[in-house]
Design a protein around this ligand. Structure first.
Ligand SMILES: Cc1cc2nc3c(=O)[nH]c(=O)nc-3n(C[C@H](O)[C@H](O)[C@H](O)COP(=O)(O)OP(=O)(O)OC[C@H]3O[C@@H](n4cnc5c(N)ncnc54)[C@H](O)[C@@H]3O)c2cc1C
Length: 721
């Protein structure tokens, strides 16, 4: 409801054209009464002072909507930061008229825009439109109110809000903030600025998607050109990751310790500040010449985004502060408070917390084999451990009880993957996509025969889809299955062809094989899915060595392989539908495991720096913090996607956004490790090289980065094919 209210106000009062800029201060004054009537100025004020006692989440909800239309009223400064400072400082006599909308105050910033100014210094008053005073904060936390006098207007970059330059006097002290209050207000401020940035970039992208669909060149909509689709897809990924980061930071303001809240806020601000610039630049490019004209609103968004980025420190400032915090202490076990409400939540429910504790205890008592180069001995040890994991009931968590699973929510699956990754244990057996394909498309006999073997980890499966000439264009595959009757009267398929890059084919007992069975049907309808025992005569598996020397994938050759037709999954010609359905199950909670594994990798390097095993300069610290910021965005986004699944809805094309974020984080971390290890990366390459190569594979397997961008552009943004 709050979002709808804010969106209505934003739609009615936003900037419709650059002509509106002429009357910006008058418009701000007119809008202020609307804000006060809707209670938007009282959000962060305690009920005891006539406020709404709202969380920072609500403040950010409003900020996003108002920024989307560039509503020309300084809500962030006058509506969120000022009331928060006054409420925390218990300056109730100043606060009351501010909340009622009768009095308006701005904030005095240091001239480098990085912090709230101290009294008796040179200052820049931001959000000053219509204000008769500004607040400053002394080093001891004292809050001072200054009358606005002897100011010079600043002809600054952002045209949607006015700024003034002044020399502050001593002002009138109206209250004092504790150190915790100051951290929390700092966190709130950075987060609301991130929300403003999210609103700006979302609106830029929305407008661009419409333009890409409408504008024609070369006789077709420009949105059908892949170069522009990929720009738009990357922009969508950045918008969603910024939104996820901002949402978590807004939750953290009130739920984490002040230091934890500040770290989350710095992450969100660093991410959104950089993302907004990239997104709006990409949107400008998609428009061609029109977006660099004075009349177009795009430059107003860019101007405001650049100011937001600078306010309270740009990305560089945030990254160095993040590096200082993370390298000063170990954050691996940072406590997340349990969830207590139905609202936005990042903690475990009591039931989830119990599940996590039980799992941790089990992992402690049943040490996992070390993850290394993936040689045969390691894979055998991993198989044995997976069976132990299954026997203890940790496999098939979300699978229905009727088929041998535990019927738990995707949150439990996410916790399992999270803990395995954090412990440095091997990933959970990657069977979800195949078990679900059999559950959804198999007959009862097939479910009985295969599901228990998979859920108990007795039997290993591989996925035979890709072929030498059918990778991204999977539907063009040519491995053939001809239906015939064997000499003993069995209805069967004779299979001929070759698969490639088949992970774990060397150790698998079964293969889920996508092949062409309906020679006369259109390309996608001619495919079927067969379940093939790997010891069937005529199958030959040839390992392919990876760039770091493991044998985890292989080429699989089929030479007159006879497979009973009862092994067909679904109907003849249904193979493509099954393949598409099962690929969705590869994402989601499983991503939590990758994320935790990357987090562990980063934490180990940070620990080595803390212990003095590695020394780093500012550039290397910056690189590490940048990797952590990218990883956090991924982690929070995966949590958001997982919660979207808690209602049982099937995974959709939005999973491609998660995959693209995974690629960004993995590759960013690898680069950070290279930056930090420097000469060691080439003199002692063992662990670095493996994870580096793997990060490059991340943008290839499970649909390449380019294919994922195509999916985001066409199926999430709705651009024409
Ligand atoms: C570690 C790893 C494990 C794997 N495991 C399996 C497995 O278990 N089972 C299995 O079946 N396969 C597996 N694969 C194969 C994987 O699915 C394919 O590598 C992937 O689909 C890409 O196919 P390709 O390698 O033939 O590249 P290609 O499709 O030839 O792509 C080459 C380049 O062209 C680009 N490209 C292709 N089409 C388009 C397009 N329409 N628009 C824009 N760019 C395009 C690609 O993005 C890429 O950059 C695995 C791969 C890896 C790296």
């Amino acid at each position: 409801m709050l979002r709808e209210t804010a969106a209505r106000i934003a739609a009615a009062n936003g900037l419709a054209s650059v002509e509106d800029l002429g009357s910006i201060d008058d418009r701000a004054t007119a809008i202020w009464g609307v804000f006060a009537d809707a209670g938007l100025l009282a959000l962060r004020v305690p009920e005891s002072s006539g406020g709404m006692d709202a969380s920072a989440i609500e403040v950010c909800v409003v900020a996003v909507e108002l920024a989307a239309t560039m509503t020309p009223a300084p809500f962030v400064v006058q509506g969120a930061i000022v009331p928060s400072i006054l409420a925390a400082a218990q300056a109730s006599s100043v606060l009351e008229p501010v909340v009622g909308g009768e009095r308006r105050l701005g904030v005095a910033m240091s001239v480098d825009l990085q912090r709230i100014a101290r009294p008796t210094t040179e200052a820049v008053c931001v959000g000053a439109a219509g204000a008769d005073g500004v607040l400053s904060i002394g080093d001891d936390g004292s809050v001072h109110l200054h009358a606005i006098s002897e100011t010079t207007a600043i002809d600054g970059l952002d045209l949607t809000q006015s700024m003034l330059r002044t020399r502050l006097d001593a002002g009138q002290q109206v209250g004092t903030l504790s150190e915790d209050d100051r951290h929390r207000i700092h966190a709130l401020t950075l987060t609301v600025l991130a929300a403003d940035l999210v609103g700006l970039m979302q609106a830029a992208l929305d407008e661009t998607v419409v333009y890409l669909r409408d504008r024609q060149q070369f006789g077709k909509p420009i949105g059908s050109f892949q170069a522009l689709q990929h720009l738009a897809a990357d922009a969508a990924v950045l918008v969603e990751a910024s939104r996820s980061s901002m949402l978590r930071a807004s939750w953290a303001v009130d739920r984490l310790t002040p230091a934890g809240a500040l770290l989350a806020a710095r992450q969100a601000k660093a991410y959104a500040g950089r993302a907004a610039r990239s997104v709006i630049e990409a949107c400008t490019q998609c428009h061609g010449g029109v977006a660099v004209t004075w009349e177009h609103l795009m430059h107003l968004r860019l101007r405001r985004a650049l100011l937001d980025d600078q306010l309270f420190g740009d990305q560089r400032v945030q990254l160095l502060a993040i590096a200082a915090t993370r390298l000063a202490e170990d954050h691996t076990d940072a406590e997340i408070p349990p969830s207590t409400t139905d609202g936005l939540n990042f903690g475990d429910s009591p039931d989830e917390a119990e599940f996590r504790a039980g799992l941790r205890a089990w992992l402690h008592d049943n040490p996992a084999p070390e993850v290394g180069d993936g040689d045969d001995a390691e894979m055998d040890a991993q198989h044995v451990w997976h069976r132990m994991l299954a026997d203890a009931g940790w496999v098939g968590l979300t699978f229905p009880v009727a088929y041998g699973g535990r019927g738990l929510s995707p949150a439990h699956e996410a916790i399992l993957n999270d803990e395995l990754g954090a412990f440095g244990a091997p990933p959970a057996p990657a069977i979800n996509h195949i078990t679900n394909a059999i559950r959804l498309f198999g007959n009862e006999d097939q479910k009985t025969e295969h599901l228990s073997g998979m859920l108990s980890c007795r039997l290993r499966w591989c996925q035979g889809f890709s072929e030498p000439n059918a990778g991204s264009d999977l539907a063009s595959l040519t491995t053939r299955g001809e239906r015939f009757t064997t000499a003993d009267g069995t209805d069967a398929y004779r299979v001929n062809g070759q698969k490639i890059w088949t992970s774990e084919a060397l150790w698998a007992q079964w293969c889920l094989l996508l092949l062409r069975t309906e020679a006369d049907a259109p390309q996608h309808r001619g495919l079927s899915m067969l379940m093939v025992p790997m010891d069937t005569p005529g199958i030959e598996v040839t390992p392919i060595e990876t760039a770091y020397g493991s044998r985890e994938f292989a080429a699989v050759f089929f030479d007159d392989v006879v497979v009973p037709a009862e092994n067909l999954l679904g109907n003849p010609g249904q193979g493509w539908e099954i393949a598409m359905a099962l690929l969705g199950f590869e994402r989601g909670p499983a991503d939590m495991g990758w994320t935790a594994r990357l987090g562990r990798q980063l934490s180990l390097v940070e620990a080595a720096i803390r212990d003095g095993q590695l020394s780093v300069d500012d550039v290397q610290r910056h690189s590490l913090a940048e990797a952590w910021v990218e990883l956090e965005a991924l982690r929070v986004h995966v949590q958001r996607s997982t919660s979207a699944r808690l209602d049982g809805s099937a995974p959709g094309p939005e999973g491609s956004i998660d995959k693209l974020l995974m690629t960004r984080a993995d590759q960013r971390i690898s680069h950070a490790l290279y930056d930090v290890l420097a000469a060691r990366a080439v003199l002692e390459p063992e662990r670095f090289w493996q994870s580096y190569v793997w990060s490059r594979a991340q943008s290839i397997f499970g649909g390449t980065q380019q294919v994922q961008r195509n999916l985001v552009a066409q199926r999430v943004l709705g651009l024409p094919r």
